[in-house]
Design a binder for this molecule. Structure first.
Ligand code: ARG
Length: 280
């Protein structure tokens, strides 16, 4: 009789990728000219040419994985418009429009809503409450996880739940470096997530432990390079290359990491997920 060696949880599991449709915005007008999160230093600035090259590599990575990428025209004077995730929340063909916290980004909400209306989405809600789209709303099969504490208001969680007809679970963010939920957590598919516990209040950590007992937990070092700002299609994980430990953990759990360098965009506090709005 042979005794098989115990497998690590999740190891060897068959991960299945699903083809996605993303909306992106070329960072032609990218710059760090104001500071609305701790990553942004207007004195240090950022290099738009370098940002465009890194962003092009991200777009190519999605195309190489077989995903579709739609493009919205960048608008001069909106340096953060590259962060398409903040532009809306699109679930089941319905669009919950963004309403930005900071005046510097106010004009982006209508720009994204207008693009979505023009591209076949007729059910677009102009939100009453402040919310920054997929920056703070992450969609799983059976629920939506929603961040609050820095940008999106809890009232917006309720508004989104009512409009989309999906359960929305509120999570409290407590560390200003992780000011959007998508800087601290990403969905892995199959009802699981990866996250950095230190970004959440004790109560929200307990909620995450209860909902996701099999979650991948990331450490401070990987979180601090925005390693949690990743995009998973069910198998492939497009992730900042500097998140070395998290990349190894993902590999060990049967995912295929696709490392990218978005160091220039990180100067504005963004990573792969920030640049990517999923159209569902
Ligand atoms: N500078 C932008 C801001 O502070 C970065 C947004 C990043 N987007 C995201 N989905 N986390 O609003």
């Amino acid at each position: 009789m042979s005794v098989l060696p115990a497998m690590a949880p999740g190891a060897g599991a068959e991960r299945t990728a699903r083809r996605r449709r993303y909306l992106m915005c070329r960072p032609d007008h990218f710059a760090v000219t104001y500071s609305i999160n701790p990553w942004m230093d207007p004195l240090a600035g950022a290099d738009a040419v370098k940002a465009v090259a890194q962003w092009e590599a991200l777009r190519s990575a999605y195309l190489a994985l077989g995903h579709e990428v739609e493009l919205i025209d960048p608008i001069e004077g909106l340096p953060d418009m590259v962060f398409a995730a903040n532009g809306a929340l699109v679930v089941g063909g319905r669009v919950y429009g963004a309403r930005f916290t900071h005046p510097e980004r106010h004009a982006e909400g209508p720009a994204y809503s207008q693009w979505l209306r023009k591209n076949g989405y007729s059910e677009v809600l102009d939100a009453q409450h402040t919310n920054e789209g997929e920056g703070d709303f992450l969609t799983l099969d059976h629920m939506i996880l929603a961040g609050t504490g820095f940008r999106t208001e809890i009232a917006a969680h309720q508004e989104a739940q009512e409009f989309l007809g999906r359960p929305v679970v509120t999570l409290q963010l407590v560390d200003p470096r992780f000011y959007h939920l998508d800087t601290a957590l990403f969905p892995l598919g199959g009802g699981n997530v990866a996250y950095f516990p230190g970004a959440f209040s004790p109560g929200s950590r307990a909620v995450l432990e209860r909902l996701f007992p099999d979650a991948i937990l990331a450490g401070e070092r990987d979180a601090a390079v925005l390693g949690l700002n990743a995009v998973c299609d069910g198998r492939n994980v497009v992730i900042n290359a500097e998140a070395v430990e998290l990349i190894e953990t993902l590999r060990g759990r049967g995912y295929d990491p696709v490392p990218v360098d978005l160091s220039e965009l990180r100067k504005a506090g963004g990573g792969p997920k920030c640049c990517t709005l999923e159209l569902r």
